[in-house]
Ligand binder design. Structure first.
Ligand SMILES: Cc1ncc(COP(=O)(O)O)c(C=O)c1O
Length: 379
């Protein structure tokens, strides 16, 4: 039995939530990636205590903050990171754009997986560099960036790969062998890797998150890793992120806009992240158990809906559904008309697919799945 109640339903409609305010009241919104669970009590209490102080001036980084992150990385991933490699940033997304703009030349080329969380692609696009979308292959029901797909997309001037592990959408967790292949290709072809590992804290049992930069010295030398506890502990509206970059030159390039184009991190980010690091692990494990049981429910239900196929989920709460066999032109519209808002595939540059956020109490998930079954039966 868990000490935490993930079954509790909360009304988020009057909280200016992006997810809950977009559609009319009756729709169940399973699109944007935040969960309907309260952050761990230790985090909420720490924030309350600080709120009671009543003065919210500019904040400096708490003492030894990067050392604490470094210890956390050692404990969670057995990864040795010198605190001087860590730079605190307000969000992962800003760092994706900074990497594309600052770390390669204007005439150099970027590799981006497809499908992927849209900001990886848009960061490449907005940087005005040429880029190629590398189609993920389906290996044992997992969306995977393979050696073949990567080599097919490579150009002579490819100098940056945007990588996402665990992958969004779908939650693939890369194995050591798969990561080694990617690092070898990066090394042979001399490109850097920007690895978005924001979902690393929610890897399911039997799988293991391996930061790609921890694979070897060569990997560490050419990687910018982006991490945050925002997703895992469900405080993206308050939290912060960090980047890890061993190479001094690369680190200076990617961080040069902090304090100008990229704002400094603020007080609630520091407080929530520090508490989650110090006292949040019990809650995190309970969350993973709950997400695993939601995944099982989702898998069982989707398997019975004709025309839908769910790829295997190894982490986090973002399932990727293939609707290519569903006899409808616009699956997103179909489910919306039946009261469920999913994230349309075009956000990830893949039509006839939908992403479902199952980081919600079971009762809500069951209701959404019932509506989806009715929708499928209606076409
Ligand atoms: C892969 C990935 N990267 C980044 C983000 C957003 O990160 P942040 O809120 O720190 O900018 C998300 C949010 O869904 C995500 O899934």
């Amino acid at each position: 039995m868990s000490n935490y109640n993930f079954d509790e339903l909360f009304d988020r409609k009057n909280t200016d939530s992006i997810r809950w305010n977009k559609y009319e009241q009756s729709v169940i919104p399973l699109w944007v990636a935040d969960m309907d669970f309260k952050s761990p009590p230790c985090v909420v209490d720490a924030l309350k205590k600080r709120i009671d102080h009543g003065i919210f001036g500019y904040s400096k980084e708490p003492d030894n903050f990067t050392s604490k992150i470094s210890q956390y990385l050692k404990q969670q991933y057995d990864w040795d990171v010198d605190p001087s490699w860590i730079v605190i940033i307000p969000s992962v997304v800003s760092a994706l754009y900074a990497t594309a703009n600052n770390c390669i030349k204007a005439n150099e080329h970027i590799l981006v997986p497809r499908p992927v969380y849209h900001h990886l692609r848009v960061a490449a696009e907005k940087s005005n560099r040429l880029f190629t979308e590398v189609g993920l292959e389906i290996l044992h029901d997992r969306l995977t960036l393979t050696q073949n797909s990567l080599i097919n997309g490579l150009k002579n001037n490819s100098r940056l790969l945007f990588f996402c592990n665990p992958h969004n959408p779908g939650g693939t967790v890369y194995t050591r062998d798969e990561l080694e292949e990617i690092v070898n290709i990066a090394h042979k072809n001399d490109f850097i890797i920007c690895s978005d590992e924001i979902h690393a804290g929610m890897v399911f049992k039997g799988k293991k998150h391996i930061p790609i930069a921890s694979i070897s010295n060569e990997a560490a030398d050419r990687t910018i890793t982006l991490m945050s506890l925002n997703k895992t502990f469900n405080f993206p509206g308050a939290g912060l992120a960090w980047m890890i970059c061993k190479d001094n030159k690369l680190r200076h390039q990617v961080t040069k806009d902090i304090g100008t184009l990229i704002p400094e991190t603020q007080i609630f980010g520091y407080i929530s992240t520090l508490k989650a690091i110090e006292e949040g692990d019990d809650w995190r494990r309970a969350l993973i158990n709950y997400l695993e049981s939601n995944k099982a429910l989702l898998q069982e239900e989707i398997d019975q809906m004709s025309g839908l196929k769910l790829y295997d989920i190894e982490a986090s709460y973002l399932g990727w559904i293939n609707c290519e066999s569903l006899p409808t032109k616009d699956p997103h519209k179909l489910f919306l008309e039946h009261g469920v808002a999913l994230q349309p595939g075009y956000m990830f540059n893949q039509d006839k697919h939908l992403r479902i956020n199952f980081g919600v109490p079971k009762k809500l998930l069951m209701e959404a799945l019932n509506r989806m079954r009715e929708a499928v039966n209606d076409v």
